[in-house]
Every structure is written in C-alpha cells, then in structure tokens.
Design a binder for this molecule. Structure first.
Ligand code: ADP
Ligand code: MG
Length: 667
C-alpha cells in the first residue's frame, strides 16, 4: 500500500474511526505508521519490591488497602499498597477511577510504571497492570507488547490491531534519507519488537531521520537568507556614545555587547537576522532603543512591534522619555486616534520610529524607508505576521527579534543553524533576588501578612488568577470575584482588576494607573504576563500556579523584582499536598536558561517551542537534547550536500523538510 493512501483504505478503519484519527492529525498510512508506541509492556523481568530502584520498574504483586479519593477539579486518586514476598510499596493512579475495582484480592498482577520519591516516600505512579496468569499464558506468543498513546476513544489495543493489519506494508516502506538505509526494519522493530533493544534501536533510527529533516531545513533557510541584500546602516558611534552618557544608569556589559553586535550586523549588506535573548528584566528594551537610535541617525526608519497594546504603549512612553526631542516617535495601535493622519506622516518619513501592535502590519501602513524592524516578544507572533512587517520595507530590512523565552543553548545551533544570537545574561546592577514560595491553599496567612507589610511600605501587588474557573465562569466574573474578596480584606487600599476581554483603551488606562501608583493591588489574568514594567510592584501572587508552564511562571514572576527593593513571588498550589516538580524547580531557581532546560526535559521541545513559536517545533520522535543522534543527523546532512543530492528527487523528504523550514525560519 502506498504510504500516502488514506487510512480509510485500511481494513477495520471505518468512517467514524477515521474521523477521530483525522482530528488527531492522522490522515495517511504514513501518519499512522509514525504513531509510535509510547512504551512497551515487558513484565517478564519483574523485580523484587525490596530491590526496586527509582525509575522504570516492573513488579509482580498483590493489591492491598485500595482506596479512592475524589479531589477538587475532577481529580480522582486511587491509592493502594502492592505487596510481594520481599516487601511493599505504595502505588497511585491519577484519574483512573476504574482501578479501584479492577483487582481481585489475593491474585497476582504485573505492574509496570515509574517509581519516584514523593514527599519522602517512594511510590509507583500510574502503572499499567495485567493479571499475571493471563499474561504468562499469552507471553509465550509475543514477548513484548507495544503501548500506543490513545487518541480520543481509540485505545492502545486498537492501534495494535491497525498495525498488525498493515504489517506487510510496513516491512516494505522505502528509505527516506539518502545514504541511510534501514527505515523499514526500524519501523518494524518499533511496532513489533523481538527485544527491548531492537525497539530502542529502531526508535533511534527514526529519531535520526527526523532530526535530519529538521537540520536540513535549518541549513536551507540559512542559505536562503545569505542571498538577500539590504541597505547597510552605518552606525554613528560617536553620537551613540554621547547619548549613552546621558542615561541615568550604566549599561550592563551584556547590553553593551549586544548593542555592538547589532550595530555590526546592520553595517552589512546581508540583512541582520538576530535574536536578542534576555531573561525577564535584563533590559532588552534599551538595546532595542539604542539600535533604533543608530538606524534613525543613519536616516532610516525603525519599527518596533509588540504583542499587546499595553506593552506597545509602555514602550512608546519609555522611549519618548528616553529620546526627548532627538527622535520622532509615533505610537500606532488599534485604538490610536487620527490613524490616517499619522500614517501619512509615516509614509512621508516624518517619523523616525514607529512603535505599535498588529496595527503596524495592516495593508494601509506604509513606510518611507524602513531599515530596522524589531519584534518584541517574538514568540507571540506567527511567521506570517513577521513576514508582513518585513514586507513593509523597500528591500529586506534588518531584523531584530527579542524574546525572554530562553532557547536552551543546546538547541540554538541545532535549530537555527548559525542564526545570530545575542544574549543578555546579566541583570542591571542593584537588583535583588525574588523570594519565591509555594503556598498551600489552606495556609495562606503568612502570604497575606507579607502582602500587608509590602502594601504598607507603599509597594504594589499583582494577583494573577486563571481565565476560566472549574465551573467555566467567565474571565470577567473570575477576576471580579477575586478582586472583591481582596478589596474586602484590604479596605484601605485600591484594588482593581484587568482581563483580556477588556477594551484596549480600558486596559491601558488601568495599567497606567497601576504604573503611577494609583492602584495598589492589580488582580488580573495572564494578560500582564508580557513585558510590562512597574518597578514599584514587589509582590506577585499566582493562584493555581500548578496549572501553568514553567516558562510562563517565570515570565509572570519577572513582572516583579524590577526595581531595587526586595520582591516576593507566591505560587498558590491548587492541589494542596503535592507541589509539582515544576513548582519546586521555579521555587529554587531564577535562571531562565536553567528553567528552560528543565522544561525541555520535563515536557519535551515540542512544548517549549509551542510557546516559542506558533508552529511548534513538532519533533515527535527525537529529543533535540540527544546530542549523539543530533551529531549523526548532522553528518548525514553534510553528506547530503557533498554528494550533490537534489531534494526535489526525494518526494517524501521534501515534504518533511518543508514542514521544518516553515518552523525554523525566523523571518
Ligand atoms: P526586559 O528585558 O524584560 O524587556 P526591560 O527592558 O523592560 O526588561 O527593563 C527592565 C527594567 O530595567 C526597566 O525598568 C529598565 O529601565 C531597567 N534597566 C534597563 N537597563 C538598565 C541598566 N543598564 N541599569 C539599570 N536599569 C536598567
Ligand atoms: Mg520586554
């Protein structure tokens, strides 16, 4: 069967099943074949409970003291003790209530799962389980059983059946990467392994194949970029130095270095494509401002695009104050008045620097000579939006993308080839670390006391709550409810709330009030996450903190600790007794890079890039941190170019590479 054949052609897949699979992104035979097992059942190597070590474990044991608990938020816990002759261990299943009734007392079962320390004792979480007698009988037929990730109502067992049906097609699948034989064997071993080792090697082959497509795409993108030409901008270094001397503070070394790297890039004919990465609060805005100054001095226009109206407005205010009369700065957002008039000025070239939101890229916004485009919080924009901004220039402009979502160093080279990256790895002098604490919802007194102290010291507080609560109440009613509670608690302070559905003008007004101290406590959803800067705010409370990703928590926390006063971040855990690994990590580290690496390990790069870029990196098999496979794939890419292969001769490979080209491009 052709790999592109639709799954409906497979026996046993009717229209209903097909529909569910389509929703999961499985359309063709190829997609199905690449739906790989997430694990294997191999109960043959059961260990004694007394000899277990943390990690993947398999035991043959009886079940005792099984109980079910219903927690908040639709969470159920089934807990039990597993006992064999050597000892006992606790087991826990999350949201699998049927486990409570699954086991016959006195019968042996195989359990296979991960053992880890939780609150000082070891437990096995979410193990799979089978009746030992059943398994021992069947085991003589197939030694190792794949476990497939379920998709909707389609369970592992169903996928097993589908794979058996197409077993012969799998064995005949042609190689995809030139000079890299063994694809059919690899797929076969992954789906029908004889040994655990064979499955592992098969998976490595497929991971390498996947990395090859990604690396090839990155390389092609880079080559395309090198062919572009633009107007070089020669920096007036003397004027810049003079301007820097007028600043109320000294640049950090990192800011100095990044600015210098940018100036040098802009002097080239090949358009700059640089990513400015800096942890929250590292001072990216100033580097952007200095770059704009240089461009404007050379007679070119610059544009800064920010993801929210609040942020664009704040940037415009900051930069207007910074430059005074020296630059002509315009703010262009959805709620800007007299847009037509302003756009005329931009088109004529009266304006040096335009700061705005998506309003910058509407069709009727034209520039006279846009030379430098800056995208703040670049991961908030899609590829198309970035391209639209670049298209506003007569030739390709220089591009500076800024992000606080750190790309782990281990990923940079791999994914973006030799894309230039400047890193602000230093915070401005005088900053104090943010004290971070995990708070159980039942013991918040200390936190409120601390908040009281900060308020009476004339500092301000952010209180973040979730957009949607358990009962699906709206964002508005949620923030409203919380702010009423808090206002009741602190009658002498001004409490206000902010949410995503508010009109931009309203949001701006509130942010402005918070910024100049008229509001003491701002209750908000994550809309404040991006970029805003209120140095007098010293407390960040995040309710239901366990529901957010690590990077997002770090971003939110970064809203405080921006001035010279000590700051505090309280993470309220919605599940009172188990702080997640993520929460514990963020409690102990303030290093965005470290947290990104941890996030990468905990969630995989797909997740990380989900936030980095709208099109996720979408590696399904490989982990980019496996340097051994990355190196192998890199060699294959080099071979590919040496041997003068034509991508167009490899249909399937072209498809894969094109997907990654869209993902790995920064412009
Ligand atoms: P981010 O990198 O998160 O975008 P910002 O650019 O908003 O950070 O800067 C955070 C704060 O640090 C701002 O109040 C800014 O004025 C201040 N800042 C920037 N650079 C310096 C510096 N070199 N010394 C002292 N404060 C600085
Ligand atoms: Mg910023």
């Amino acid at each position: 069967m052709d790999l592109s054949a639709p799954i409906q052609e497979i026996k046993g897949i009717g229209p209903k099943t097909a529909e569910i699979l389509h929703k999961a992104g499985i359309f063709s035979l190829r997609d199905l074949v690449y739906h790989l097992p997430r694990d294997y059942e191999n109960f043959q190597q059961a260990q004694k409970i007394s000899e277990l070590k943390p990690g993947k474990v398999t035991v043959k044991a009886k079940v005792e003291d099984i109980s079910i608990r219903r927690m908040r938020r639709n969470l159920t816990l089934v807990e039990a003790t597993l006992r064999d002759k050597s000892g006992a261990i606790r087991v826990i299943w999350f949201n699998q209530p049927y486990r409570a009734k699954q086991f016959d007392a006195g019968k042996d079962y195989y359990f296979s799962g991960t053992m880890a320390l939780s609150y000082g004792r070891y437990q096995i979480s979410n193990p799979s389980a089978v009746l030992a007698d059943d398994y021992d009988m069947k085991a003589s037929m197939a030694k190792i059983q794949p476990i497939y990730p379920a998709r909707g109502s389609i369970k592992s067992q169903d996928f097993k059946k589908f794979m058996s049906t197409i077993k012969e097609s799998i064995a005949l699948i042609p190689d995809m990467v030139p000079n890299y034989a063994g694809r059919a064997d690899a797929l076969f071993d992954v789906h029908f392994p004889e040994t655990v080792e064979a499955a592992k090697l098969g998976r490595e082959y497929l991971a390498t194949e996947e990395l090859f497509s990604l690396l090839l795409a990155a390389k092609l993108n880079r080559d395309d970029n090198q062919k572009l030409r633009t107007q070089p901008i020669s920096g007036d270094i003397e004027a810049l130095k003079k301007f820097i001397k007028t600043l109320p503070f000294k640049l950090t070394n990192a800011q100095r270095r990044a600015t210098w790297e940018i100036i040098q890039d802009m002097e080239q004919e090949v358009p700059m494509n640089r990513l400015l990465q800096g942890d929250v609060g590292s001072g990216k805005t100033l580097v952007a401002a200095l770059s704009c100054f240089v461009a404007a001095r050379a007679g070119m226009q610059a544009a800064i695009m920010a993801p929210t109206e609040v942020l664009a407005t704040q940037h415009a205010e900051t930069l207007s104050e910074l430059f005074g009369e020296q630059l002509n700065i315009a703010l262009l957002t959805g709620s800007t008045k007299h847009k037509t008039e302003l756009k005329k000025h931009i088109k004529k070239g009266d304006v040096n620097l335009v700061i705005g939101t998506h309003a910058l890229i509407t069709d009727d916004t034209e520039f006279s000579n846009l030379g430098l485009a800056i995208i703040d919080e670049q991961h908030r924009f899609g590829v198309m939006q970035r391209q639209k901004l670049l298209a506003k220039a007569n030739t390709m402009p220089h591009l500076l993308s800024m992000t606080a979502t750190p790309i782990p160093r281990s990923l940079q080279l791999t994914i973006f080839g030799d894309l230039s990256v400047s890193i602000l790895d230093e915070l401005p002098a005088g900053r104090q670390p943010i004290t971070t604490k995990i708070v159980s919802p039942n013991s918040t007194k200390q936190m409120w006391d601390a908040i009281e102290r900060e308020l009476s010291a004339k500092h301000q507080v952010y209180y973040i709550c979730k957009k949607i609560d358990d009962k699906g109440a709206s964002e508005l009613s949620n923030v409203k409810k919380e702010s009423q509670k808090i206002a009741h608690q602190f009658p002498n302070y001004n409490v206000a709330y902010l949410h995503g559905k508010m009109k931009p003008a309203e949001k701006d007004e509130l942010m402005a009030m918070f910024s100049n101290g008229e509001i003491d406590i701002l209750v908000s959803t994550t809309v404040v996450e991006v970029g805003v800067n209120v140095p007098n705010a010293t407390v960040m409370v995040i309710a239901d903190a366990d529901q957010y990703g690590l990077s997002q928590l770090h971003q939110l926390r970064g809203r405080v600790g921006r001035g010279s006063d000590a700051s505090y971040c309280y993470l309220i855990n919605s599940n009172s007794d188990t702080p997640t690994r993520r929460l514990r990590e963020i409690e102990h580290s303030q290093d965005g890079f470290h947290l990104a690496e941890v996030d990468l390990k905990l969630r995989g790069p797909g997740e990380l890039y989900g936030s980095l870029q709208h099109g996720a990196l979408d590696l399904r098999i490989a982990t980019i941190t496996d340097t051994r496979l990355v190196r192998r794939a890199d060699e294959l890419v080099k071979d590919f170019f040496k041997s003068d292969y034509k991508l167009s001769d490899y249909r399937e490979l072209s498809v894969a590479v094109r997907k990654y080209q869209r993902i790995t491009t920064l412009n």
